[in-house]
Design a protein around this ligand. Structure first.
Ligand SMILES: [Zn+2]
Ligand SMILES: [Zn+2]
Length: 232
């Protein structure tokens, strides 16, 4: 039975302890994984409010982190991605989270593949999870032929031209390997979940990080911070 707890909850619980204990000996990529998982689908990443004109239903949808190690984002991938971009542990295997400890389900291959559970500290859970993090340039799939990295775009454009199809719309994501869109989810996002209407008003909710004063930009452009009033 699912607990309703997610890997993200375990990360939020143990991230501070983990970083103070092991933060110095982990890679930049692993730090990015912690940051992505703890912020995925929260107000930290911004999102959208949707208001249905027909029934008045309102909902908030926050953006996902699109990190390839994030279980929540991986749940959106299909087919091959289920195996090739597999994460260390999925949300449904989290059984319990209390007092800084997490109990999760695993399969014991040394004991006839029996399903068992184990309880460890959230700090240790994060340490083990991050052991599965791939270096930034490392990929589990190596493409060949017209999909080989070199000249891929040029060859795909030629293929599209020969086939007479429209150019693909570029995906605005950080990691193209996690951009496999789930058509059903996109369809669901465009409809009211209560009455099914498509008469929806969507308003963007910017990330709070976007709203912060761009100090680094001010420094780079040498914008005076005192002695003169800011431009109106
Ligand atoms: Zn509605
Ligand atoms: Zn995510």
């Amino acid at each position: 039975m699912q607990s309703g707890m997610e890997v993200a909850d375990v990360f939020r619980n143990g991230a501070d302890r983990f970083l103070s204990r092991y933060g110095h000996c982990h890679s930049r990529e692993q730090h990015k994984v912690i940051r992505a998982i703890t912020r995925c689908r929260t107000a930290e990443l911004g999102g959208q409010t949707q208001f249905c004109h027909d029934c008045g239903h309102q909902r908030i949808q926050y953006h996902s982190c699109r990190n390839r190690q994030c279980p929540k984002c991986q749940a959106m991938a299909r087919y091959l991605a289920r195996y090739t971009h597999r994460v260390a542990i999925s949300d449904r295997r989290i059984l319990e989270l209390r007092d800084g400890r997490v109990r999760f389900q695993y399969r014991d291959y040394a004991d006839g593949q029996k399903s068992k559970s184990m309880m460890i500290s959230t700090c240790e859970f994060i340490r083990r999870f991050l052991m599965h993090t791939l270096p930034s340039r490392f990929v589990r799939i190596r493409y060949s032929g017209f999909l080989a990295n070199r000249f891929r775009k040029q060859r795909l454009d030629e293929c599209r031209s020969l086939l007479g199809v429209l150019p693909a719309v570029p995906a605005s994501v950080d990691d193209p390997q996690t951009s496999i869109a789930d058509d059903d989810q996109l369809e669901a996002a465009s409809k009211c979940p209560k009455c099914g209407s498509r008469h929806i008003l969507t308003t963007e909710l910017p990330s709070p990080h976007v709203l912060r004063p761009p100090h680094f930009l001010a420094a780079r452009r040498k914008i005076p911070t005192s002695g003169r009033s800011p431009p109106s």
